[in-house]
Design a protein around this ligand. Structure first.
Ligand code: CA
Length: 231
């Protein structure tokens, strides 16, 4: 499991230790020493997860988490907060604000890795690399194999990533911009209608096993992967 993780922490000693530990576990890291810097980094690139120190100079961890959860573009990024021992109120506030988990300083590398793994599995199955299955359509990220009712389905690399994204984020509407963000990476110079082209190709391939109906167009909004028939 390799994720890109944004570490927001103003104490260099802790931040260096956390980064070292994340790199050893196979993750990629970005570091911000303040919430303001973290927001600016996130305008460029969305991480798969945020490790957030609660006590920051300037904007607090609470306020930062609130902003992340209030913005449709960043809402889905899971947050694990780093709190000092005994600050029960911080944990409660943090979880109320939308943090997914918390970890108390000082923590062991093993504990940190276990928490990260658990949150990614729950909140970011795309990153966790688990097999996804819906209505007989099955996608295995480890082997890059897709099958529909046990028939192999051949997909190009972009269609594969697109289907992986949609299947791991089902039952919600994604705008073209959101799909671009997740499937093509951030700030690439690709036009919105590129998404339509690849959706069309993906549907054509899935037609053979009847799974094209799982990819629905939501007029004026974008696309949705849904196991429920369109009304
Ligand atoms: Ca701090």
């Amino acid at each position: 499991m390799s994720a890109s993780i944004l570490v927001v922490e103003d104490e260099p000693a802790i931040s260096e230790l956390v980064v070292l530990n994340l790199l050893q576990a196979g993750h990629r890291t970005m570091v911000a020493v303040s919430a303001e810097q973290a927001l600016s980094l996130m305008r460029e690139t969305l991480p798969d997860m945020i490790l957030l120190d609660w006590m920051l100079p300037g904007m607090s961890g609470v306020e930062f988490a609130r902003r992340i959860k209030a913005d449709a573009r960043t809402r889905a990024v899971p947050i694990i907060m780093l709190t000092a021992r005994g600050e029960e109120q911080d944990k409660i506030t943090g979880l109320d604000t939308g943090a997914d988990d918390y970890i108390t300083k000082p923590f062991s590398p093993r504990e940190l890795n276990a928490r990260i793994k658990a949150v990614l599995r729950r909140r970011a199955p795309m990153v966790a690399g688990e097999v996804v299955e819906s209505m007989g359509l099955r996608l295995d990220p480890a082997t890059h194999r897709v099958s529909g009712n046990d028939q192999m389905i051949e997909l190009g690399p972009t269609e594969f990533r697109l289907l992986h994204f949609l299947m791991t984020h089902p039952e919600r509407v994604h705008t073209r911009a959101q799909v671009l963000d997740h499937v093509w990476g951030n700030h690439v110079f690709v036009e919105d209608r590129t998404v339509d082209v690849h959706i069309r190709r993906l549907r054509r391939v899935l037609e053979r096993t009847g799974h094209d109906v799982l990819i629905q167009t939501v007029r004026g909004s974008g696309y949705r992967f849904s196991a429920h028939a369109e009304s």
